[in-house]
Design a protein around this ligand. Structure first.
Ligand SMILES: [Zn+2]
Ligand SMILES: [Zn+2]
Length: 136
């Protein structure tokens, strides 16, 4: 089973199947919460993912200042600060898991959202040969 973890290892995530088809989100809130260019997200059905938090390190932040107007719950490790997951709403069947928690190469993203706040110099280059995706 594919496993993922935060930097300090207090929180681990177990997925029922290999994660695939990441989606990049460039919204300002994701840029701030990742302190980076975007968040890289895997979408899972809630029953297909288990978050293990034996020491109670997982913290939640209700993010209501979103461009969509939706109130998201952003979950992160309270020890090391790694973003872990985002819940769209309490009754949503979907959970977003941050792709960087998983070991191994990141599959090529299938989509990107809120591109109006994407850095103008950032583009995804898919090379004709070698099937290599490169962020530049
Ligand atoms: Zn941690
Ligand atoms: Zn976002």
């Amino acid at each position: 089973m594919p496993q993922a973890r935060c930097n300090c290892g207090a929180i681990t995530v177990e997925a029922a199947s290999a994660p695939k088809d990441p989606i990049l989100c460039y919204c300002s809130n994701c840029q701030r919460s990742s302190a980076g260019l975007c968040s890289v997200n895997y979408i899972f059905q809630k029953p297909d993912v288990q978050i293990h938090d034996p020491s109670g390190a997982l913290r939640s932040y209700r993010d209501g200042d979103t461009r969509s107007g939706n109130v998201l719950t952003r979950q992160f490790c309270g020890v090391c600060g790694s973003p872990v997951s985002t819940l769209l709403s309490d009754d949503s069947p979907i959970i977003v898991i941050k792709a960087g928690l998983f070991d191994g190469p990141l599959p090529e993203p299938i989509d990107e959202v809120w591109t109006e706040s994407k850095a103008a110099w950032m583009k995804i280059v898919k090379q004709e040969r070698g099937e290599r995706a490169m962020l530049s």
